[in-house]
Design a protein around this ligand. Structure first.
Ligand code: SF4
Ligand code: SF4
Length: 189
C-alpha cells in the first residue's frame, strides 16, 4: 500500500515537471510570435556583407611584382604566377596570374602578405557556375571590379546582420532600416 502511494507521488511529480517543460516550450514559441520574418528571399533579397567579408579576390596586374609571396603563404600554393626575366630592366616581368576559386579556401593569407597590396578581398560571393573549370580566374577575371549589393537595383537590399545594432534581431520587413543605412552610405561618399 505504502509503495503504491509513493509511486503515485513520483508519477505526480513527473507529470508536473513535464507540464512545466511544455509550458516553457510554449513561452519560447509565443515569444517569437511577435517577430518579423528573418528569412532572406535570395536572390530577390540580399544581405549586405560585412566590411571584412572574404569574397572573390580582386587583382591589380600593374601592381604585381611577381615576387610569389602569395604562393608561398597560401596553404595550398594556389596562385599561379607566370613571369619572365626582363634583361633590359633587370627584373621580373609578370606574364599571367590566376587563382582557382574552386580550390581556394578564402583564408586571405595571400591578400594579407602581398607586399604591393595588389590583392584584395571583395564582397562578391556569387561564384557558382555549371563548369568548375570556369572558377579558375585569370588576371582579366580577377581584375574585374566587384559588383556591390547596394548598387544592384534588381534586388532588395537587406541590412546585414553585422550592421544591425547589438541585440537587435527585428527582422527586415520594415524597410526603414535599409533606407537609413543607404542614406548613411550615401552621406559617407
Ligand atoms: S604577393 Fe602580390 S606582388 Fe607578389 S606575386 Fe603575389 S600578387 Fe604579385
Ligand atoms: S585566399 Fe588563401 S587559399 Fe585562396 S589563394 Fe589566397 S592564400 Fe590561397
Amino acid at each position: 500500500m505504502f509503495s503504491m502511494v509513493e509511486g503515485f507521488q513520483v508519477y505526480g511529480q513527473q507529470t508536473i515537471q513535464a507540464a512545466k517543460y511544455i509550458g516553457q516550450g510554449f513561452m519560447v514559441t509565443l515569444g517569437h510570435m511577435n517577430r518579423l520574418p528573418m528569412t532572406v528571399q535570395y536572390p530577390y533579397e540580399k544581405l549586405i556583407p560585412s566590411e571584412r567579408f572574404r569574397g572573390r579576390i580582386h587583382f591589380e596586374f600593374d601592381k604585381c611584382i611577381a615576387c610569389e609571396v602569395c604562393v608561398r603563404v597560401c596553404p595550398i600554393n594556389l596562385p599561379i604566377v607566370d613571369w619572365k626575366f626582363e634583361k633590359s630592366m633587370k627584373k621580373k616581368q609578370l606574364t599571367s596570374y590566376s587563382i582557382d576559386f574552386g580550390v581556394c579556401i578564402f583564408c586571405g593569407n595571400c591578400v594579407e602578405y602581398c607586399p604591393t597590396n595588389c590583392l584584395s578581398m571583395t564582397e562578391e560571393y556569387e561564384l557558382s557556375t555549371y563548369d568548375r573549370h570556369e572558377l579558375n580566374h585569370d588576371q582579366i577575371a580577377l581584375g574585374r571590379l566587384p559588383l556591390s549589393v547596394v548598387e544592384d537595383s534588381t534586388t532588395k537590399v537587406i541590412l546585414g546582420l553585422a550592421e544591425l545594432p547589438k541585440g537587435t534581431m527585428d527582422g527586415h520587413s520594415d524597410s526603414k532600416n535599409v533606407t537609413n543605412f543607404l542614406n548613411h552610405v550615401h552621406n559617407q561618399k
